[in-house]
Ligand binder design. Sequence first.
Ligand code: G1P
Length: 283
Amino acid sequence: MGTRLLPATKSQPKEMLPVARKPIVQYVAEELVASGVEDILFVTGRGKSSIENHFDADPELSNQLAAAKKADLLREVDFADMPCNFFYTRQRVQRGLGDAIRCGENFAGEQPFVVALGDSILGLHAQSQTLRRMIELFESKRASCVVAVEEVPEHEVSQYGIIQPVDADGDVYRVSNLVEKPAAGSAPSRLAIAGRYVFAPIIFDMIRNVEPDRRGEIQLTNAMRLLCEEGRRVFAVKLAPGEKRYDIGNFPSYYETFAEFALADPDHGPAFRARLLELLGVK
Ligand code: G1P
């Protein structure tokens, strides 16, 4: 519900908050397309229709930009040429991430599919190889699930789903168990689920078998744990050292993300940097 970002998210979804020039969800869509995904289903909910509007045509705006000969800007707001199809569905009641994924069951059918959480950007300007590596690993290992992980400090493990790795091959791990938001001191590792997943359709059966937690939510992490318990092949890929996950779910990391992306803006970054140094009193 984006309560950690109120009042900014009172009447707009957090996925539509801007990070420098674009809303977060656009970076996520661009990352998916760059990773070879051709059909994107947005699982939204009440109050999130601005996501659909963002990717829709806006003839008035397009005409105005064309008349003003702003071809560059026109290209940036016209998603018709994006090599993917957009689909939308709504989760009627917020019953957790596992339940949201179940809204895509008919869409996925018998095919493996990717899940990307809309409040995280992988890599500066979504320049990320992680999903491509995950898809390749999923295929080569004939896996049931591949998840992206990042190493987090001990005091942050309770904010994430944490994997229990059994075997490591470089930055690829075989996973034997997962725990959603473990208490500090009881986590099986410091490798946290980073909001990107590849699943075989069997995950839908697992989701159906997950009991709601004490808040009534169906946790995706618990469905993945059932995959492990059945002895299925679950792997984790660690983000490459230069590849950061930008989490927009709370103000401190939202501020940091915005500043980092704005500093990297080819047109306005240098002036922003100079102004920041001035504000900080650094010459
Ligand atoms: C969700 C997942 C968690 C994952 C996190 C990544 O938690 O349940 O396993 O580590 O996203 O951002 P949420 O942030 O929705 O509480």
